[in-house]
Design a protein around this ligand. Structure first.
Ligand SMILES: [Zn+2]
Ligand SMILES: [Zn+2]
Length: 354
């Protein structure tokens, strides 16, 4: 059996649509030290291709992160394959709520340097010594007491549109920056109970291990993240302690948890929680924009970007050189929205330190 897919993607998509059986969409992840990720990858590929599983799976020395779809009829056999590998012992499997089974059209398993590009030097701490996992109810009740330190370990553009009540939300652009800010901010609270949360739980695995390594005694984390919390409080009919929208990394960019809008359009200040990327592809800034501003600026973050978007290819080529070093791979937005407000590129760029 080949260890990689070689069929054309168009054909694969057609095949998927033509499938007559049901698939279950699931996800799982775990930090676990793997001695030979490549070998493990090849084994999994054989086992899962055999069962016609699809998905996007990442394997690194530090563990696995998998989003998959498994044919229902093979589901038990799939669970059996998990028993073949110690990494999967008692691993929680998350099932998608809105599942049409068409989430993936092929099996892709990649070996990566790291599961999450977190910028931390893993050699310096034990990534498997994680915090205590709290289920949604436990986390909910502890947040409600108002006596503990609630920490959002996501980036600022995520917490801007939604967060737990009373949470610390450092203004960080990256996970590395975030974790350093938290460690510093809480350096006098090493005995306190910390309640960490993130989107789906995976960043808390790393963050909690890091904080424990730095002497924090009582580190707890929301198991399954906000995604799981949102699902559970609905089932239990509890009033949400998470306000606003949960930022998610797909086309929707967010899932409302309690229906509240807590953020504002970065251009006019109107109540709004819709993220989009600046339509000037040289900029691509991620920011919040209301419908009125989207119409006015043609989905761009500034007049400059709108003009550039509408300019000739030759004009764009000229700016590519001047804009690329400034905006480069900035797919996230800056701490401030001054860029959009005063459209003074020079200032905002020197502030962003790039
Ligand atoms: Zn607006
Ligand atoms: Zn722009």
């Amino acid at each position: 059996m080949p260890l990689y897919n070689s069929i054309d993607r168009k054909v694969l998509k057609e095949n998927l649509i033509a499938e007559s059986f049901v698939r279950k969409t699931i996800s799982l992840y775990r930090y676990f030290i793997l001695d030979n990720p490549q070998e493990f990858r090849d084994q999994l590929y054989r086992e899962w291709a055999e069962l016609n599983c699809f998905g996007r799976i990442y394997i690194a020395r530090e563990g696995i992160n998998a989003q998959m779809s498994v044919p229902q009829e093979n589901f038990n056999a799939f669970l059996q394959t998990l028993n073949n590998h110690p990494i999967f012992e008692n691993i929680p499997i998350k099932y998608a709520i809105e599942d049409n089974g068409k989430s993936f059209y092929k099996l892709s398993i990649k070996v990566k340097e790291k599961l999450v590009a977190d910028g931390l030097d893993d050699g310096t701490f034990d990534v498997t010594n994680v915090g205590r996992h709290l289920n949604a109810r436990e986390f909910h009740d502890l947040v409600e007491t108002g006596e503990h330190i609630v920490v959002d370990v996501r980036n600022h553009y995520e917490s801007e549109i939604g967060h737990f009540k009373g949470a610390i939300r450092p203004e960080a652009d990256t996970f590395r920056e975030e974790i350093n800010m938290i460690t510093d901010l809480l350096k006098d609270n090493k005995e306190s109970k910390l309640l960490l949360y993130c989107t789906g739980g995976i960043r808390c695995e790393k963050a909690s291990a890091y904080l424990k390594h730095h002497g924090f005694k009582d580190v707890n984390q929301l198991h399954g993240g906000i995604l799981e919390y949102a699902r559970n409080i609905k089932q239990m009919d509890l009033e949400s302690n998470f306000i606003g929208k949960n930022f998610v990394f797909d086309e929707r960019m967010g899932e409302s948890v309690d229906g509240q809008v807590i953020s504002h359009c970065h251009q006019c200040g109107a109540s709004c929680d819709v993220h989009l990327n600046c339509a000037n592809e040289l900029c691509h800034l991620l920011f919040i924009q209301c419908e009125a501003c989207a119409a006015k600026f043609e989905q761009c973050c500034s007049d400059e970007c709108r003009n550039l978007k509408n300019s000739s290819e030759a004009e764009k080529q000229i700016h590519r050189h001047t804009m690329a070093p400034k905006f480069g791979n900035r797919s996230i937005y800056r701490k401030s929205f001054r860029l959009a407000k005063n459209t003074n590129f020079a200032d905002s760029i020197s502030e962003s330190g790039k």
